[in-house]
Design a protein around this ligand. Structure first.
Ligand SMILES: C[S@@+](CC[C@H](N)C(=O)[O-])C[C@H]1O[C@@H](n2cnc3c(N)ncnc32)[C@H](O)[C@@H]1O
Length: 344
């Protein structure tokens, strides 16, 4: 929504495209509210399908597709206008800045946009090589710049630093993924409860770069299959590289809107998200619990770790007759829920 306010401002003040360009090709990267871009179709009088919407996160792509944008997870074609929504992680952000700068057409423009609370200022401070106009509005900043004549060598380094590499625990991850530098302490705690009793069909909901599935498969020879469900494409691809076990299968899915599945899983394991669109959102975890319930057999077991302050107990009891708190620390709590209720 705030991106829309800032886009409107630069359009109304004629700051974009001083000379007329026919059939403007627009690429929007990382935008989490696709409808913010509709303002561009009126201004440039272009079809929605002339806007390419690039995003890693499946729910945003589904929303953009429904609006009629062309959708992709990666785009290397040149564009007249590139709009990059700056993500939270600085290394990921600089990597995307670097990639975007390589694909602006001659006479094209680049826009970098972000909220102040995610540290857009620190990115702006690194852009002194651009001849940019800075708009500060609606708790955020927008940098608008024409294609630069030269790009400093250091900018290429930003791209390299955002690539997949081994983290502290020797798993492949890249900046921007959840807990990419090392195993999350909450997931590590849940991992302690996944030893030697897990079997059959297992679902790992919101599987990230794969840690919970890796540990479950390592410890349990009676597992027949682990299905990893994750909405972030880059994280899912990393998990594929981290997990070469033939019992693992990978699904790029929005767990909250999972297409109807039979109740076929013996175990569900998860460390659910508690943010959406960069804001704290407790409903995410609640919806993941509901999905877990829906896909579990009536004899199945649901394991979850959550931050200690998040109130999921009542929600778990809505779906399961037996809810045990296996461990609570000042930071995390681990639940095991069994006996799914037939008509919750
Ligand atoms: C707290 S992290 C846990 C990741 C991983 N299980 C681990 O233990 O490291 C939550 C994960 O949920 C993913 N996620 C967020 N919303 C999702 C959704 N609607 N569907 C599927 N995955 C989602 C995020 O990308 C993130 O990887």
């Amino acid at each position: 929504m705030s991106l829309k306010v800032r886009l409107k401002y630069i359009i109304k003040n004629n700051l974009l495209f001083k000379s007329k360009i026919q059939h403007v090709k627009v690429l929007a990267i990382g935008v989490d509210s696709p409808s913010d871009l509709l303002i561009l179709t009126d201004f440039f009088q272009i079809e929605r399908s002339s806007i390419t919407f690039q995003n890693n996160f499946k729910p945003h792509l589904v929303e953009a597709e429904a609006l009629g944008f062309k959708c992709t997870i990666d785009c290397k074609d040149k564009h007249d206008l590139i709009i990059l929504a700056i993500p939270n992680d600085k290394k990921e952000a600089l990597g995307l800045v670097s990639k975007s700068l390589k694909i602006i057409k001659e006479k094209g423009y680049i826009i970098f946009d972000g909220q102040k609370n995610i540290g857009i200022e620190s990115i702006v401070n690194k852009l002194s090589f651009l001849n940019f106009t800075l708009i500060s509005k609606a708790h955020g900043k927008l940098v608008l710049a024409p294609k630069p004549k030269t790009i400093p060598h250091s900018v290429e380094e930003w791209d390299n630093a955002s690539q997949l590499s081994l983290n502290k625990n020797n798993f492949l991850t890249s900046p921007g993924m959840f807990s990419y530098k090392k195993i999350d302490s909450g997931s590590e705690l849940l991992g302690n409860f996944l030893g030697n009793h897990i079997k059959g069909q297992v679902a790992d909901l919101c599987s990230g770069w794969g840690y919970l599935s890796i540990i479950a498969l390592e410890k349990n020879s009676k597992i027949k299959k682990v299905c990893l469900f994750e909405a972030n494409y880059a994280a899912l691809m990393a998990s594929k590289q981290n997990l070469k076990d033939p019992r693992a299968c990978f699904y790029w899915e929005d767990v909250i809107n999972l297409p109807d599945q039979e109740k076929k899983f013996d175990f569900v394991i998860c460390n659910p998200p508690f943010h959406s669109k960069a804001k704290y959102d407790i409903m995410q975890g609640r919806k993941v619990i509901k999905t877990g319930y829906k896909i579990l057999k009536f004899t199945g077991t649901f394991f979850m770790v959550a931050n200690t302050h998040l109130p999921y107990e009542r929600n778990l009891r809505n779906y399961f007759s037996k809810v045990d708190k296996m461990k609570e620390t000042p930071y995390f709590k681990v639940f095991r829920a069994t006996m799914p209720i037939i008509n919750p």
